[in-house]
Design a protein around this ligand. Structure first.
Ligand SMILES: C[S@@+](CC[C@H](N)C(=O)[O-])C[C@H]1O[C@@H](n2cnc3c(N)ncnc32)[C@H](O)[C@@H]1O
Length: 276
């Protein structure tokens, strides 16, 4: 696993922004705007390969803007926003199946959720669907690149799945470190505060996760962060980890829930019981 000391921090990586080979109208403007916002150089695609442009700009990776999406390319690694299993999980919830995360959160319509580790936003989309238009989901992500790509993806992604789209559009994304954000909150600011940190010991290398793993923060959560979350939560703090992970004990989660055969589990710290 690429731990914090083994991998180059995102702030030390150099990126450039370009377009796809045949940019749609507006793509060049959009790429220039993204480059300005992230403080990366914009480079004309001009029929040149990704490899060539990366080398030409002495960059570690390239952001490629097309009409459908923004892709981050770094060597063989590729990352772009997609809702992952969110659509399937929403269908299963509608078919009456238990979603273990929703169950651990005891999430009800109208509640507010703070997702402290938003990543690609799959869990946030499912939570946003369940809490509905009367609730709210705020996602925190400390990688500037992940948060910007996911923020734009949540606002622009289009799919057949009409139920998922409004849930995606409602999510508010903030690029910040969750510890700093939590320290600024008053008690009861959010009903549920959720953590899904990078696993201390990853399960298996999945190709989809590799590129985002390069950008993601792998630091373990500290006890003070969990205490800040507990103070800021109105109902529950929930943390996902591998089943049997020592992190639950280290961070003081006495109750650990989850499906009997599931490789992951959810630690729960309850402040106030949610009426059933
Ligand atoms: C395992 S991923 C979360 C996946 C997410 N639950 C989903 O459904 O896509 C963990 C994410 O949390 C982010 N992260 C880790 N520490 C953080 C911190 N202190 N503040 C904000 N984000 C953090 C990482 O950069 C990474 O993108």
């Amino acid at each position: 696993m690429a731990g914090p000391s083994q991998k180059k921090a995102e702030s030390n990586l150099k990126f450039a922004v370009t377009t796809s080979l045949r940019p749609a109208p507006g793509a060049i403007e959009s790429a220039k705007q993204l480059a300005g916002q992230l403080n990366f150089p914009f480079v004309d695609r001009d029929n040149r390969s990704v490899k060539y442009l990366t080398a030409l700009n002495c960059a570690d990776g390239l952001l490629v803007v097309s009409s459908q999406k923004i892709s981050f390319l770094m060597g063989k690694n590729k990352f772009f926003f997609h809702p992952g299993l969110a659509g399937l999980r929403i269908k299963e919830i509608n078919n009456g199946k238990t979603d273990q995360m929703i169950s651990a959160m005891s999430l009800k319509e109208g509640q507010s959720i703070l997702d402290c580790t938003m990543g690609l936003g799959t869990d946030a989309i499912v939570a946003s669907y369940v809490t509905g238009a009367t609730g709210s989901v705020t996602g925190l992500e400390c990688s500037p690149l992940i948060s910007e790509l996911v923020k734009r993806g949540l606002q622009s992604y289009s799919a057949e799945d009409k139920e998922m789209i409004p849930a995606m559009r409602r999510i508010k994304v903030i690029n910040t470190n969750h510890k700093e954000y939590l320290a600024s909150l008053k008690t009861g600011s959010y009903d549920i505060i959720y953590f899904d940190p990078m696993f201390r010991y990853p399960r298996r290398k999945s190709p989809g996760m590799n590129a985002s793993r390069i950008l993601a923060n792998h630091d373990p959560i500290d006890l003070e962060t969990i205490e800040l979350a507990y103070n800021a939560a109105a109902r529950r703090v929930v943390m996902k980890e591998r089943r049997g992970s020592a992190e639950f004990v280290r961070l003081g989660f006495k109750y650990v829930l989850g499906g009997r055969y599931s490789p992951v589990a959810y630690g729960v710290k309850e402040r106030r019981r949610t009426p059933v």
